[in-house]
Structure formats: structure tokens, C-alpha cells
Design a protein around this ligand. Structure first.
Ligand code: E4P
Length: 226
């Protein structure tokens, strides 16, 4: 499973992309509006941080297929690189997906809550579908189970569409999503940190430092290689 950053925050994106193996960034209108700044400079800044080869998924706000297509063209021109327009699934969104794909622009169909939505989105030409794991769990549905169903369907029908699982609130959901066969997960900067944190790891590192220092003092491995 590959990892993307689910954020519109420049500082957080800079930090996570410096230290973690990320494939790209996803935003949505909620994440962008939290930043309370001009939309286009923000998106361009994200592109400059992650580079042209990383995937940037940016959501449209238009309501009709024709307007969604216009926004997709404008966004692609503005941000360039590996770009995917995020479109919430509905009839206009599906129509837009086929039109946008025909122009060679990438499509991520988002706000996916069922495997049938995902299958139909894939048939409409979506490159990615984004099932919302935590929002499903919140309503006593099965977020990870839905991801597993979608991954299985894409496999059964040999579809190229990838599962970009989204909406996570804890590391357990991310781990189970990986086992369920998701190709990618987009997660918040906080969850990246939590995913690699463990008190036993901190303890192990402290032990290594203590034992080393007791024999070699302040010298590091590098000092012996000079
Ligand atoms: C990402 O593409 C989704 O829009 C996002 O993960 C939704 O997350 P939320 O349920 O925390 O808002």
C-alpha cells in the first residue's frame, strides 16, 4: 500500500514529505478551507513542495459535468504534473469522469461509501476511488470491509482502477485497510506520526545510546570511519 498526505496545510505537507515515503497529496474543500488562504497559490505551493512526479488530487466544486470538466482543465493547467481531479460520485460526476478521461486528465472519484459506487466509478473510467473508512465506521458500517469488497471486485474484473482509501481516524484502520488490499491510503499528518511511534522503539533507542556511550563516550560511528 502506498501513502499519500491528506492535508492542505503547507507546513505539515513540507514536514511529512521530507521525512516519509509519500506518493502524493489529497485535498478536499474542507481541508483547503481550513487554511483560510487563496486557493490557487495554496495548490501551486503544494505542487512545488511535492514535485511534478508526485500525485496531486484536488477536488472540484462544480455541480454539472460540463462545469466539472472546465474546472478539471483549469486545475490541470494550473498545477501540472501528475494530477487527478477529485469528483464526488453522483450522475453529473460520472458523466464528467468519462469526459475528463477522454481528455487524458486523471480522475479520482471520491465520497465513496459502497462497493457498487466504486465499481460504477471504475467503469466510468476513474483512475482511483476513495472510500471513506472512518465515516463508514462512524455509522456502525464496516469501513475496512467496504475497502476489501472494492479491492476484490477490481481484482475479479481485472480493472485498472485503484483503491485510494481515505478518512482515517486511527492507525488500526490504516493497518486493516492495508491488509484488505487497498492500493493507497491518504492519511493526516498526525496519523503518519502515530503510525511510526511506539514507546518500545523509544526505549530501544535510549538503550542503544546508553550502552554505546558507556564505552565510546561522545564519539559516534562516523568518528571511527574518518
Ligand atoms: C480524502 O480524500 C477525503 O476527502 C478525506 O480523507 C475525508 O476525511 P474525513 O472523513 O476525515 O473528513
Amino acid at each position: 500500500m502506498k501513502y499519500l498526505i491528506d492535508s492542505g496545510n503547507i507546513k505539515a505537507i513540507e514536514h511529512i514529505s521530507e521525512f516519509y515515503p509519500i506518493e502524493g497529496v489529497t485535498t478536499n474543500p474542507t481541508l483547503v478551507s481550513k487554511e483560510k488562504t487563496d486557493f490557487l497559490p495554496l495548490i501551486k505551493k503544494i505542487r512545488s513542495i511535492i514535485g511534478e512526479d508526485a500525485a496531486l488530487h484536488v477536488q472540484t466544486t462544480a455541480k454539472t459535468a460540463e462545469d466539472i470538466l472546465e474546472e478539471a482543465r483549469g486545475l490541470k493547467k494550473a498545477v501540472g504534473g501528475q494530477f487527478y481531479v477529485k469528483i464526488p460520485i453522483n450522475e453529473e460526476g460520472l458523466k464528467a469522469a468519462s469526459m475528463i478521461k477522454a481528455e487524458g486528465i486523471g480522475v479520482t472519484m471520491t465520497a465513496i461509501f459502497t462497493s457498487q459506487q466504486a465499481l460504477i466509478a471504475a467503469r466510468a473510467g476513474a483512475d482511483f476511488v476513495a472510500p471513506y473508512v472512518n465515516r463508514l465506521d462512524n455509522i456502525n458500517a464496516d469501513g475496512v470491509g467496504t475497502v476489501a469488497e472494492i479491492a476484490e471486485l477490481f481484482d475479479i474484473y481485472s480493472l485498472d482502477c485503484k483503491v485510494l482509501a481515505a478518512s482515517f481516524k486511527n492507525v488500526k484502520q490504516i493497518s486493516e485497510t492495508a491488509l484488505a488490499g487497498a492500493h493507497c491510503a491518504t492519511i493526516s499528518p498526525e496519523l503518519f506520526r502515530q503510525a511510526i511511534s511506539h514507546p518500545m522503539t523509544d526505549n530501544a533507542i535510549e538503550g542503544f545510546e546508553r550502552d554505546w556511550k558507556s564505552v565510546y563516550g561522545e564519539k559516534g560511528v562516523g568518528d571511527f570511519l574518518l
